[in-house]
Ligand binder design. Structure first.
Ligand code: FES
Length: 67
């Protein structure tokens, strides 16, 4: 799905950016151009970033046990 029509940025691109360490909209804009034109996509892009940042990577589930 296109998140940013102005710059042709998809949700996949936003998720990949988050997986590579992007944590805020400003950084996403610098790396991809998302939200750098009209800004209408900013809220959705931030939402996808937040969702992706909070999900554990597959196969990387850490179990923390109290001593
Ligand atoms: S839709 Fe993303 S900058 Fe316009």
């Amino acid at each position: 799905m296109y998140v940013c029509v102005c710059n042709g940025i998809t949700d996949r691109t936003v998720r990949e950016a988050a997986a590579s360490g992007v944590r805020c909209l400003g950084e996403l804009t610098m790396r991809t151009g998302c939200a750098g034109t009209c800004g209408a996509c900013a809220e959705v892009a931030e939402q996808i970033l937040a969702e992706t940042c909070c999900q554990p990577a597959a196969g990387n589930d850490a179990v923390i046990q109290a001593a």
